[in-house]
Write a protein that binds this ligand. Structure first.
Ligand SMILES: *[C@@H]1O[C@H](CO)[C@@H](O)[C@H](O)[C@H]1NC(C)=O
Ligand SMILES: *[C@@H]1O[C@H](CO)[C@@H](O)[C@H](O)[C@H]1NC(C)=O
Ligand SMILES: *[C@@H]1O[C@H](CO)[C@@H](O)[C@H](O)[C@H]1NC(C)=O
Ligand SMILES: *[C@@H]1O[C@H](CO)[C@@H](O)[C@H](O)[C@H]1NC(C)=O
Length: 399
């Protein structure tokens, strides 16, 4: 036995000391928060409007790896009301304010004819800015869109889908409602504003001033192909007019759902649609399970890129390709997207195959699948349209 004094009380004391210090430090942290990083004023956005725009550009891994191209998508579904229409709505309302057509916190009311997304964006920003909102919509859209609009405090008027020449077409009716609103009321501030996303060029400007420059900055101008669909045409027109003069070799490609006339307009300068000619048209707008893109007339916004070969090519995407792409992306990437985004992704893969590996292709992810749960993402609805809902394991479903 050693007669050295026992050292264990010392060791124990030391360990207790270390433990107590560690505990105190952690208690301090939990009470006072982690070491503060300097908060920059510009990191704070002002209200809901501040959340609009500056969306990330996301590399879609599965499609990029399968094609050898960089397939990049502007994640517009991350806007606060869930689509690029937030930019359009904000821009149209700023225009109306600058022209003294709308007065906040009065009876001023915004009117719009829309298949959904623009209405949801307008209703959101209307609440944020203190306006009323009246939305006229065809009655065959996904149920959750009406519910969302009503929750956002908008008045929703559903109408039977009819052709644009009919005075009760949802766009024409919204315009009439805006003109009639407050007409016989002595209150000068009871004004109606017809937002008119199809014809009002504030739509185009939102994308020319913001989305286009964002894509240019995010890619450093290194883009070979830009692909987008068109409903009003504001997105493709605004971005194309910004990017093309700055990227001379850029190819601009329109992605179009089956039954839409724009494909033929771009390819052959006529609005002839094959499906319509066969008399198989089931709906009055465009015959497809895809919502929000495809149109059979030329709008002022699309007109900004009509002629002068702004658009180099068009790709027509079948409903089956769109459905299969949506099921593929949720399986491979955890990316849950709506129908117009699926169209864009199919077109991106076609262009990647056509050009070969090594190219950079930019497109748009417009909205989330959540807004399409009762239609495009409802397997029963898709099966009734005679389409397969199976998730493909590879991209061979694209023709
Ligand atoms: C936007 O709409 C307003 C009201 O309908 C119209 O007076 C104006 O000319 C439009 N502005 C643009 C830039 O198209
Ligand atoms: C776009 O930019 C122009 C020029 O700076 C400006 O006059 C216009 O109001 C802007 N429009 C939108 C919608 O941001
Ligand atoms: C689906 O196919 C069946 C049988 O071929 C046909 O009767 C029906 O009209 C089709 N439905 C649609 C929406 O095309
Ligand atoms: C691609 O997937 C389909 C089913 O989705 C399958 O039948 C086919 O064999 C696959 N092809 C390859 C090359 O893996």
């Amino acid at each position: 036995m050693s007669n050295r004094p026992d050292s264990s009380p010392l060791v124990l004391g030391f360990l207790l000391g270390v433990g107590a210090t560690w505990l105190a430090a952690h208690l301090w942290t939990y009470r006072n928060g982690p070491k503060k990083s300097k908060q920059l004023k510009s990191e704070i956005v002002d209200g809901v409007e501040g959340l609009i725009g500056n969306t990330p550009l996301m590399r879609i891994k599965s499609l990029s790896e399968a094609t050898g191209c960089e397939i990049l998508a502007k994640a517009e579904f991350l806007n606060p009301a869930g689509s690029p229409k937030d930019r359009v709505a904000l821009s149209m309302l700023q225009y109306a304010e600058s022209e003294s057509i709308l007065f906040p916190h009065t009876d001023s009311c915004i009117f719009e004819g829309t298949v959904g997304s623009t209405g949801i964006s307008l209703a959101t920003i209307a609440r944020a800015k203190g306006y009323k909102c009246h939305i006229v919509m065809p009655d065959d859209q996904a149920q959750e869109k009406y519910q969302l609009l009503e929750r956002l405090g908008a008045e929703v008027e559903k109408v039977r889908p009819v052709g644009i020449v009919d005075k009760n077409h949802f766009v024409n009716l919204a315009k009439r409602r805006a003109m009639e609103y407050g007409k016989d009321d002595p209150d000068a501030k009871k004004t109606g504003f017809f937002a008119d996303q199809f014809e009002n060029l504030s739509n185009f400007e939102a994308h020319y001033n913001h989305t286009g420059p964002e894509i240019y900055r995010q890619t450093g101008g290194k883009v070979d192909v830009f692909i987008a669909g068109a409903g009003t045409g504001g997105t493709i027109a605004g971005i194309t007019r910004y990017l093309k003069p700055r990227i001379p070799d850029l190819l601009v490609v329109l992605s179009d759902p089956q039954g839409s006339g724009l494909y033929n307009k771009v390819k052959y300068n006529t609005f002839y649609s094959h499906l319509e000619a066969e008399g198989t048209r089931k709906r009055h707008q465009v015959d497809t399970v895809v919502e929000g893109v495809g149109i059979n007339r030329l709008t002022q916004n699309f007109n900004m890129i009509n002629g002068d070969s702004w658009v180099d090519d068009a790709i027509s995407v079948t409903d089956q390709e769109a459905v299969s792409m949506s099921r593929y992306l949720v399986n491979k990437d955890g990316l849950f997207i709506g129908s117009s985004s699926a169209i864009n992704c199919v077109a991106a893969v076609r262009m990647a195959r056509q050009l070969g590996p090594g190219h950079t292709i930019v497109t748009i992810l417009c909205d989330s699948g959540q807004r399409h749960l009762t239609k495009f993402w409802n397997d029963e609805y898709i099966a009734n349209a005679n389409l397969s809902t199976e998730a493909p394991d590879n991209l061979s479903f694209i023709q």
